[in-house]
Design a protein around this ligand. Structure first.
Ligand SMILES: CC(C)(COP(=O)(O)OP(=O)(O)OC[C@H]1O[C@@H](n2cnc3c(N)ncnc32)[C@H](O)[C@@H]1OP(=O)(O)O)[C@@H](O)C(=O)NCCC(=O)NCCS
Length: 173
């Protein structure tokens, strides 16, 4: 498996595969629009990664400064927003065919390490209770602490409709 940064220079190359996986894996209420995905991936302070095997996209892990997510609950109420010191971990997904091989963990370890070395003081994000339970356990094992429990945000009829907003504090590089 090869890991590479996603950004403006390779967005066109991966756009179609990213949009396809986003639509296949997330239920509609957790899907980001193509425009939002492009904004996150092409943010010059963003930290987004792709896992690629034999030319096939096995998964991706996206993040951009918290300031970009003022309209998302969690970031919206976060007093850290505005300090330009937090990376918001937006989407992380692995194609079902490639799960359980450590790719999800590798993504998060690499993203957190890049955030630390690129000057961020924390990584934050949201994990839906139930549907993103594996992700929450993974984040918790890497230092995530719940700071806010958000109820009834997805409103898609799938229970539980609860998500955990978390922070991972980073030590100086
Ligand atoms: C969450 C996700 C990215 C994990 O990817 P992955 O490559 O399978 O993860 P890994 O193989 O690195 O496993 C990570 C840890 O989660 C555990 N895990 C993975 N899938 C699990 C499951 N279904 N149930 C319980 N634990 C699980 C593994 O045991 C592993 O623990 P360890 O590192 O302590 O041994 C993947 O399941 C996914 O794409 N889910 C759908 C999208 C999603 O909900 N993303 C998160 C919200 S943004």
């Amino acid at each position: 498996m090869r890991y590479q940064r996603l950004g403006t220079r390779n967005w066109t190359q991966w756009r179609e595969a990213v949009l396809l996986l986003e639509a296949q894996i997330y239920e509609p209420s957790r899907q980001d629009t193509p425009e939002t995905l492009e904004r996150i991936i092409c943010d010059e302070r963003g930290i987004s990664l792709a896992a690629v095997e034999g030319g096939r996209l096995a998964g991706f892990c996206l993040g951009a400064p918290l300031e970009n997510f003022a309209d998302v609950r969690g970031p919206a109420e976060d007093p850290v927003r505005g300090s330009n010191s937090a990376l918001y971990a937006a989407d992380t997904l692995v194609d079902a065919h490639y799960r359980g091989q450590g790719i999800g963990r590798e993504f998060k370890v690499r993203q957190i390490e890049a955030a630390r070395s690129e000057g961020f003081k924390s990584v934050c994000g949201r994990n839906r209770v139930g549907l993103a339970q594996a992700m929450w356990r993974l984040n918790a094992s890497l230092g995530a602490r719940a700071v806010h429990i958000i109820e009834k945000d997805y409103q898609d009829g799938i229970e539980p409709d609860i998500c955990i907003y978390y922070h991972i504090a980073l030590s100086a590089p």
